[in-house]
Design a protein around this ligand. Structure first.
Ligand code: COI
Length: 355
């Protein structure tokens, strides 16, 4: 994938890199940031000249609408380094499309495509030493937009800031996780913002996820808000179930994030002639499948998490544990996906974007 760019960014380089202070073998997710950041302000109805500058704190008025009404959206993407030291992004066009879908839902202005791609390319190139080679290593990129206008009337802002910050990362979870299926709390509702990557979607999960953590579960599988009978997504990941040899995942709707890893896995499953069913799947169906032994695997899929196995789920105080599979779809698809991402396998769908 290539894009024509115009070189419109003002770049101020950091005088000294922080890279030697980082222990790349020991990286908690999202705690260390690279030397530079990308920033572009929306003022007087127009996105201004974008800037790349040394990573630093922002000064924002306390009345900025983001602090009061949560007018904020974000993206998650990763850069990978191959054995020849080339750096690649994975399907950045999907993140560009989605941040503007999210922005529209939160009444924010769309960000221009050339600024997005030029910003990513210049920033990641400048900080390319931070992209480590090797299995599981990546540079996590966090584009986001916040409402900066100093005004606390409950209305969309007239001023915004689009930024990209970068953080060296390994996978989000270090092991298989256990999940609780939601029966009371909901992540999103019909007609709501569940499909958008709105910051508030994540904040709203923290309290119920904290309750699950106290019981020894790492995540919640969210169900539809009306009946709590249909399995939707896991908040930090979309979710796949393997019943016998069929892979099942919920169809996108206005409550579920349209995940880039999710859609890539659907394609890879098809490429492997794995039967893939994109359909509603109910709690009773997976409980029954767990009891009769046809439920072989559950896994989550997301940019930060990559593909993460789920070893057990709980519903109505009943715990169901899954046996590890000798031929796991999660393992197969993860290997194929990460090989494409890091330029170890043919990119027949044109997903890689070279920095
Ligand atoms: C991502 O996978 O990029 C996400 O945005 C999930 C986030 C909670 C880390």
């Amino acid at each position: 994938m290539t894009k024509n760019l115009n070189n419109t960014i003002e770049v101020t380089k950091a005088t000294q890199s922080k890279i030697n202070d980082v222990d790349f073998d020991n990286l908690p997710f999202g705690r260390q940031f690279t030397d530079h950041m990308f920033e572009c302000d929306f003022i007087n109805g127009k996105w201004q000249t974008p800037k790349i500058k040394p990573y630093q704190a922002l000064t924002i008025d306390p009345s900025a609408r983001v602090f009061h009404y949560g007018q904020a959206v974000f993206e998650g993407m990763k850069a990978y380094k191959d054995d020849q030291d080339d750096v690649w992004l994975f399907r950045p066009d999907e993140n560009f499309r989605r941040i503007n879908i999210s922005a529209e839902r939160l009444a924010m202005p769309a960000f221009p495509e050339d600024y997005f791609f030029e910003g990513l390319k210049t920033l990641v190139d400048l900080d390319r030493d931070w992209v480590q080679k090797g299995q599981g290593n990546s540079l996590y990129l966090r584009p986001f937009i916040i409402a900066t206008e100093p005004a606390i009337a409950a209305a969309p802002a007239e001023e915004y800031k689009f930024m990209i910050i970068c953080s060296p990362a390994k996978a989000y979870y270090t092991d298989a996780i256990k999940v609780i299926i939601a029966q009371n709390y909901s992540r999103s509702a019909d007609g709501g913002v569940g499909y958008a990557k709105a910051a508030g979607n994540y904040a709203a999960q923290f309290y119920p996820t904290g309750l699950a953590n106290k019981k020894g579960f790492q995540q919640i599988i969210w169900t539809d808000a009306n009946t709590h009978e249909y399995l939707e997504e896991a908040g930090t990941m979309n979710i796949f179930f393997r019943i016998n040899d069929t892979l099942i995942t919920a169809p996108n709707n206005d409550r579920i994030l349209d995940g880039v890893t999710r859609k890539s896995l659907i394609q890879l499953a098809e490429d492997n002639n794995i039967e893939i069913d994109v359909r509603r799947i109910s709690v009773s169906e997976i409980k029954e499948a767990a009891i009769n032994g046809s439920l072989k695997e559950i896994f989550g899929a997301g940019t930060a998490a990559v593909i993460n196995p789920i070893s057990a789920f709980q519903h109505a105080e009943e715990l169901f544990e899954l046996k590890p599979q000798e031929t796991s779809y999660a393992t197969l698809l993860k290997k194929q996906l990460t090989d494409i991402q890091s330029n170890k396998a043919e990119d027949k769908h044109g997903w890689r974007y070279k920095i």
